[in-house]
Design a protein around this ligand. Structure first.
Ligand code: SAM
Ligand code: DTB
Ligand code: SF4
Length: 317
């Protein structure tokens, strides 16, 4: 199977709309060519700087534009972060992702502290990922030098729907940050959120954007909206989990070599729906009791589900 970056909207729409058995079969063919089908990567998230963000992302509990009850906190101590990463590793995680509620990275004391965190986590032989908002080419180079493996920066939704969700930065800004990461040799983690009131055509358009990134993002997180009280999307209509399965299967076919991560929203999904996501080609999840500010399924439930499915945690790189 050849890796393509020129998928047309029509081709993607046709895949997305395939009868379920055909869609899952094609996703499985793609999956098996590049991945071990019984393995799932376990990742852990930590919010290293919570709340008070100047951006107005309509889904986010950390935006200062909404009253969500999430307390504002300062940047954590590097030693506490490294201790959390050690615990995550002991619990089986192979990738540790640090998130900060920033619009962008600013040079100075805080950035130096983040670099110290990255060095500390990299020394534990974990994949190290950060998501800190927009960054410049030189900041990306410094993160790379500190040992960063990957950087998460999502396109979130289609270019057409984007303005309904965020007004404080534009799609092109996001693409810029992704190109800075590429130039620094950091692997890219880039995906989006479903369930924000977008249409199927928006989901197809988001997948088109992701599949045109060259190279493809090495990891593609597909989040189901976690509806936060106080945000404009607090009462968004709940997404049918089968839409997640369709989007994941399509992502798997379009970007066969990438890791597709079933990211936020698993608490709203049944074990059967999660199992279908694995059949559709998802091969990475976040484990541990919290995502950034919201709860995640209990670790024991996750281990039990993997055991029931006869699947196992992917070994570290
Ligand atoms: N502030 C940085 C930024 O936005 O790039 C980094 C952290 S931000 C929380 C990372 C990503 O998490 C967002 O781009 C979004 O895709 C996802 N996310 C945030 N809140 C979410 C929610 N309530 N439900 C689903 N996904 C969410
Ligand atoms: C991503 O795509 N999903 C993660 C990670 N990247 C940083 C974040 C999910 C956040 C869910 C809402 C919360 O816990 O605040
Ligand atoms: Fe800020 Fe990121 Fe939340 Fe947007 S998603 S409000 S940039 S923390």
């Amino acid at each position: 199977m050849q890796i393509r970056h020129d998928w047309t909207r029509d081709e993607i729409r046709r895949l997305y709309r395939l009868p379920f058995p055909e869609l899952i079969f094609q996703a499985q063919l793609a999956h098996r060519e590049f991945h071990e089908p019984g393995e799932v990567q376990l990742c852990r998230l930590l919010s290293i700087k919570t709340g008070g963000c100047p951006e107005d992302c309509a889904y986010c509990s950390q935006s200062a534009h909404y009253q969500t009850g999430v307390a504002r906190e300062h940047l954590m101590n590097p030693s506490d972060v490294v201790a959390a990463a050690e615990r995550a590793k002991a619990e089986g995680a192979t990738r540790f992702c640090m998130g900060a509620a920033w619009r962008q990275v600013s040079d100075g004391k805080d950035f130096e502290r983040v670099l110290e965190m990255v060095r500390g986590v990299a020394a534990l032989d974990l994949e190290v990922c950060c998501t800190l908002g927009m960054l410049s080419e030189s900041q990306a180079a410094r993160l790379k030098e500190a040992g960063l493996t990957a950087y998460n920066h999502n396109l979130d939704t289609s270019p057409e729907f984007y303005g309904n969700i965020i007004t404080t930065r534009v799609y092109e800004d996001r693409l810029q940050t992704i190109s800075h990461l590429r130039k620094a040799g950091i692997t890219v983690c880039c995906g989006g959120i479903l369930g924000m009131g977008e249409s199927d055509e928006d989901r197809i358009s988001l997948l088109e954007q992701l599949s045109h990134l060259d190279p493809h993002p090495e990891s593609v997180p597909i989040n189901m909206l976690v509806a936060n009280d106080g945000t404009p999307l607090a009462h968004a209509e709940e997404l049918d989990p089968l839409v997640m399965v369709r989007a994941i299967a399509t992502a798997r076919i379009l970007m066969p070599a990438s890791r597709v991560r079933l990211a936020a929203g698993r608490r709203q999904m049944s074990p059967e729906a999660v199992a279908l996501c694995f059949l559709a080609g998802a091969n990475s999840i976040f484990t541990g009791e919290r995502l950034l500010t919201t709860p995640n399924p209990a670790a024991n439930d996750d281990y039990r589900l993997l055991e029931t499915l006869g699947m196992r945690a992917a070994p570290g790189a």
